[in-house]
Design a protein around this ligand. Structure first.
Ligand SMILES: [Zn+2]
Ligand SMILES: [Zn+2]
Length: 103
């Protein structure tokens, strides 16, 4: 069995699989969770990559939705401001009219 990547990197030896464990003895002693002495299970890896891709896609969706809402919110804000200023100018007109023609 080939050495795990950590043992190879740190030049540890011997790289032996520990009993009832998916880690080698060196990794087990160092409390390393990602020993690949048995190789990374492809199915698990593929599932992880799929999940990551799914999350990335979702992130993009949420981000564009956020931008859309932000734009909408700003547009409404602008409209509200315009409506408000129109309201105010109408009120001022009314007041001016009332001042000229007291009822
Ligand atoms: Zn090892
Ligand atoms: Zn290891």
């Amino acid at each position: 069995m080939p050495d795990c990547s950590r043992c190879l990197r740190l030049h540890l030896s011997p790289c032996k699989a520990a009993d009832r464990s998916t880690s080698c003895q060196n990794c087990l002693r160092a409390n390393v969770a990602s020993c690949d002495v048995f190789g990374v299970p492809t199915a698990e890896l593929r599932a992880l990559m799929d999940e990551k891709r799914r999350l990335d896609r979702r992130k993009e969706e949420v981000l564009s939705e956020l931008l859309r809402l932000e734009k909408q919110s700003r547009a409404l804000e602008g409209r509200a401001e315009k409506a408000l200023s129109r309201e105010i100018s109408l009120m001022e007109e009314d007041e001016a009219l009332e001042a000229h023609h007291p009822s």
